[in-house]
Ligand binder design. Structure first.
Ligand code: HEM
Length: 360
């Protein structure tokens, strides 16, 4: 009797172990860890083809990544403590309540991608909060050098708009930016890691005369050039200059945010910033971890299903960390007191000029 009981217990354990490792096969033959994730494959195919122009790391990817942040950072326990609504975090409120949130000053230009994403949400059975983070993770996978971001499914519909003034501005002080992120649950090191997003980014509205002006010389590759180039002495403005939140950049055609400039040089963040120069593995791991946190800000993770294996694996980084042609180590504004800036090769050829990110 005891033997029979033990045998059936063992059999039960074997079955449940198998259930843990067995993958679900979806209608189209693709597999995923959890059958609940199968709904994502048709959405993946649709957005790769029709939102990201056949799997590019272009403007819509950049805008979709920015949107993941602007939706998620709408979360303030400090406001909740004061008895006010602090926002629902990564809940899709930026799209659900777009008429309220897109006009917020810090959301300038975000209405573009909101307008582009809305029909995809309407077409597929998915909440705005899930779609925003899914599109961000899929989009980033199109950028060589990026990590495969996590994606958890199951955010409920947002119930209220986020309050204004929770999204950082490029003209905010480092104190203000770090305080805002701390309120939302992020350390200064995580802030620096999240800023790796500006490695695949451009500005349309900081200087309205030069839309699509990138923050680094490789806006379609997730690499450390952003961390290198922001550390170089600024010498000119790419456009008319004198814009709020903009400081001089080292390269023609490249724009620099005051906030990026200041965070790269602040004693609380400078060494973390420098640590990403020429360390692609650290850059990937830190960004992946910080994005995983950002994507579930304000959400009850115990109610979400891990569908990370639906996100495509990005291609490896192309090129190696370098100083742009025409510049040298002497152009580095050393800010980390503990360790010297890594010695990098300089690109051969004429002085680099960065072309704009084309609109699609
Ligand atoms: C200190 C915090 C931050 C500030 C002040 C800031 C500010 C800005 C500004 C002013 C722009 C240009 C918008 C335009 O003119 O079109 C921009 C673009 C962008 N930001 Fe940030 N940002 C911050 C953090 C982040 C984070 C945490 C992420 C993502 C995780 C992010 C992702 C992006 C992306 C991908 C773009 C490019 C959008 C495009 O090319 O269309 N940013 N950011």
């Amino acid at each position: 009797m005891a033997f029979k009981l033990l045998a059936s217990l063992l059999a039960l354990t074997a079955v449940s172990n198998a259930a843990l490792v067995r993958k679900a096969t979806c209608a189209d033959g693709r597999t995923t860890a959890n059958a609940a994730c199968c709904v994502l494959f048709p959405i993946l195919d649709d957005i790769q083809e029709n939102l990201f122009d056949g799997g590019e790391c272009g403007e819509e990817v950049h805008e979709s990544l920015r949107l993941t942040f602007h939706d998620a950072i709408g979360f303030s326990p400090a406001l909740t403590k004061q008895g006010k609504f602090g926002g629902g975090g990564a809940d899709g409120s930026l799209i659900t309540f777009d008429t309220i949130e897109t006009p917020f000053h810090a959301n300038g230009g975000i209405d573009d991608i909101v307008g582009v994403q809305k029909p995809f949400i309407a077409k597929h059975n998915i909440t705005a909060g899930d779609f925003i983070q899914f599109a961000g993770a899929v989009g980033v996978s199109n950028c060589p050098g990026a990590p495969q971001l996590d994606f958890l499914l199951g955010r409920p519909e947002a119930t209220q708009a986020s309050p204004d003034l929770l999204v950082p501005e490029p003209f905010d002080t480092v104190d203000k930016i770090l305080d805002r992120f701390a309120d939302a649950g992020f350390t200064p090191a995580e802030v620096v890691a999240l800023l790796a997003s500006h490695s695949i980014a451009a500005a349309d509205h900081v200087d309205e005369t030069i839309p699509g002006t990138p923050f680094d010389s490789t806006p379609d590759v997730f690499d450390s050039q952003f961390f290198i180039e922001v550390q170089l002495r600024g010498t000119s403005f790419p456009g008319v200059g004198g814009n709020q939140g903009e400081v001089e950049s080292p390269l023609k055609g490249e724009i620099r945010l005051q906030s990026d400039h200041d965070i790269a040089r602040d004693s609380r963040t400078a060494c973390e910033w420098q640590s990403f120069v020429d360390n692609q593995t650290k850059l990937q791991n830190a960004f992946k971890a910080a994005m995983a946190k950002l994507a579930v800000t304000g959400q009850d993770v115990s109610k979400l299903v891990d569908c990370s294996d639906v996100i495509p694996v990005p291609k490896p980084v192309t090129g190696q960390a370098h100083l742009p042609a025409g510049l040298s180590q002497n152009d580095v504004e050393q800010a980390c007191a503990a360790t010297p800036f890594p010695t990098l090769p300089t690109d051969a050829g004429p002085v680099t000029s960065v072309p704009p990110v084309p609109p699609s």
